[in-house]
Design a protein around this ligand. Structure first.
Ligand code: PMM
Length: 267
């Protein structure tokens, strides 16, 4: 069964749900709703990584996420912390998180691998080529899926060297991170190269710009959230067929249904 990571961004500025769950009660209620809808893991983030986003301090990030993690972990749901900061990862695991989701794969903070190794948490490592502020400057590839797989292989080696067992690793090709438009489709088409690396594979297509670009030829027109969620659910079903272990989504109910249909098809 494909795992569903429900996204809970406790931020004022994430690109699709920024500002909705900034207070603890709203965030906890939304997390519980996502679990009811079928999320197997809740991925909680306090710093936006949308294109162009500016960095915030780890103290601000922790003020946003730690109370939410404490409450949700207490309720029994497995929690992941989406962070680039080792200090936030350590505090989150202390508060009950079981997975550290680092979209930079350990590159953004030199302390990250050691903190994760020590914590005993699982480690989700993303493909990343630099901070969100200018990540598209690094979107230069000859064979995207192959290069992404090669760079993830390096991250896997670094994590192993830091003492993180391969069974604790999850790899993510980083859809939208230093990848423009069609390059994201090249990655998805080449997912077998990512699956072949060995660790569990996670993908995050949810509501991302490349989906909207595909649905709407006019880049200036906006594509509604409902249409982005439907497109995301389709990618979830296709991800299942590609051998992906988990999908990270905002609309958990739609992905749950899409996965149920894809599972029935598989038999
Ligand atoms: N994308 C975003 C944030 N965190 N984590 C993982 N593992 N994979 C992703 O693709 C990913 C992520 C950006 O999306 P959001 O602002 O909607 O959370």
């Amino acid at each position: 069964m494909t795992a569903i990571w429900g996204i809970l961004n406790v931020t004022p500025d994430s690109f699709s749900d920024g500002g909705r769950y900034l207070d603890v009660e709203h965030a906890v209620a939304h997390g519980l709703l996502l679990r009811e809808q079928g999320a197997t893991i809740l991925d909680i983030g306090g710093e936006s990584t949308r294109p162009g986003a500016e960095r915030i301090g780890a103290d601000v990030e922790q003020q946003r996420v730690i109370p939410v993690i404490e409450r949700l972990a207490e309720s029994g749901v497995p929690v992941s912390i989406d962070t680039l900061n080792a200090a936030t990862a350590a505090a989150a695991v202390h508060a009950g998180a079981r997975i550290v989701n680092d979209v930079s794969g350990g590159l953004a903070d030199p302390e990250m691998r050691a903190v994760v190794a020590e914590s005993g948490a699982d480690f989700a490592i993303g493909h990343w080529r630099g901070p969100s502020a200018d990540m598209y400057a690094h979107a230069d590839y000859r064979r995207v899926a192959r290069e992404v797989a090669g760079e993830l292989q390096e991250r896997i080696g670094e994590a192993a060297a830091a003492g993180i067992a391969p069974s604790r690793l999850i790899v993510d090709p980083g859809i939208g991170f230093a990848k423009a438009g069609a390059q994201n489709w090249d990655v998805l088409r080449g997912l077998d190269e990512i699956v072949a690396l060995g660790p569990r594979v996670l993908i995050g297509t949810s509501r991302k710009r490349f989906l909207a670009e595909t649905l709407q030829a006019d880049a200036e027109a906006s594509v509604s959230e409902a249409r982005r969620d439907l497109a995301t659910a389709v990618t979830s079903a296709l991800a299942l067929r590609a051998g992906v272990w988990a999908v990270r989504v905002h609309d958990v109910a739609a992905t749950r249904d899409a996965l149920a249909i894809a599972h029935a098809w598989e038999g």
